[in-house]
Write a protein that binds this ligand. Sequence first.
Ligand code: C2O
Ligand code: CU
Ligand code: CU
Length: 563
Amino acid sequence: MKKQIFLTALVINIGILNAQTLIPIPDTLSGASINLTIDDSIHQFYTGYNTTTIAYNGSYLGPTIILNKGQNVTMNVNNQLADTTTTHWHGLHVAPMNDGSPHNPILSGNIWSPSFTVMDNAATYWYHPHLHGKTMSQVVKGAAGLIIVRDAVEAALVLPRTYGVDDIPLVCQFQTIDTITKQIVIDDELDNITMVNGTINPMVNVPAQVVRLRILNASSHRVLQFGFNDGRTFNQITSDDGLLNAPVALTRLRLGSGERAEILVDFSGQNGNTYYINQYGNELPSGFPGGPSSMGDPIGPYDNITFNFLQINVVAPTAAPITTIPTTLTTNTPWSTSGSTSMNFLIQGSPMMSMTNFVINGVQYNESVINFTKQQDDVMVWNITNNSMMAHPFHIHGNHFFITSLDGGTPPANLQGRKDVVLLAPQGGTATLITKYEDFNDPIMPYMYHCHILSHEDNGMMGQFIINPSTAGVNDISNDSNFSVSSFNVNGSIEVFVNSTKETKGEIVLVNSLGQQIKKTSAEIKIGQNSYLINHPESSGVYFIVLTTENGDVFQNKLAFIK
Ligand code: C2O
Ligand code: CU
Ligand code: CU
């Protein structure tokens, strides 16, 4: 961790005198191979108090991973915890097997090494554990870090991009810390501390010029409602997964758990001044965590008030400061709804009821239930309605979406870019999203959708869906060149290819996912390439083709069959 020059100052913060501490700027990792070790650790949030934490490569939070669109990367995640974990690349467009969902567990002592091509647009993403039922406990203990993706479109713009100098990562959290033991408490109801980059009573030095702040709401629960204490206007330039079409001038920025925004703030000529990013919790509508209590929901000490979240000290400008705000950024083109299919998602549950009542479409998450199946290239419209008493940040894995309507109207300009979390208002709030999964399919491994309030997610406010291959036929999803299945689809047969180095006889069996034999054919095997036909199964699904030879060799191939 690089510390900025250390200073202490006394400021009035909600009427209390607090010593402010400069926030650390997380170290960066880049290149084709990224090594992360998640481990138990000890961090001193308070001098003299050892707080038990979980972190990636350190004692609280993790390094910032910097990726370039188009590069290949291998993430090596070494799990040194005593417990299982997963590491999810929140917002990255990756195949389900590389996503780090609850279906990609990393057992204690193991290393998980997914490799993929970075296909995302320049923006700020993040990573965090996603083990079902333990996401909240691992994240709030400190396991989270940022991912910055850079691309050519962003690089062509005149924007601040000197990391930690005029391009500053701000991981913002509400947390609960026991006032006596100073241990992190896994509870989001009464969060009694706020922190930026793991620092309580935080401050940051910014040069007197246009500065880019990359803001992540990494809180388990609460909504950020940020503005500057001097009422200044700032410009939002990205939504979760990419640049907006143009900077959007704002005086308030609202981010639910998991959401990110990059903003440009012009501090030109303000050298020597001190400002604050304030949380304006009292401006949040009822039912938004961090705002006023609704329906007897307990209220924490930082709820429903305005307070200083981050002190900003303006220091001397850099040698080549950015002094302008671009007028346009990129062109986002949402998919057309033509040929789309719509689905309805109903969020229910109330803080008055038990946690088990937090459901989507009446059901809780069940790891062995696929909630729906779509095909690659299907245009999906998600109509989400929130009938519960509180706001829920709804997140979808694997791809970005566009919000086409919010509470029945056009979403505000800063929500019109690429998104992966949408904050739904309570008591009838609605959002319509459009998305299309164009690049990945996996008939076995699902993508997740869930509420990003970590206790809700852990308690089952989550579902999962499969993206099947788009074309009718047979898709070989194994990787054995000596035993392959073609996508031959005429005459109602699947063609199976076998490359053999010996002459033998065998039997080819088509087995369904329950292990039942569906079709069978005998095979004379010659040296070289052989081909066999086996009848189509009756229905689409995942099957195995198993070849057993009389010498006892067994070859097995997994295939996705789409009728
Ligand atoms: Cu950031 Cu499925 O989560
Ligand atoms: Cu995610
Ligand atoms: Cu929720």
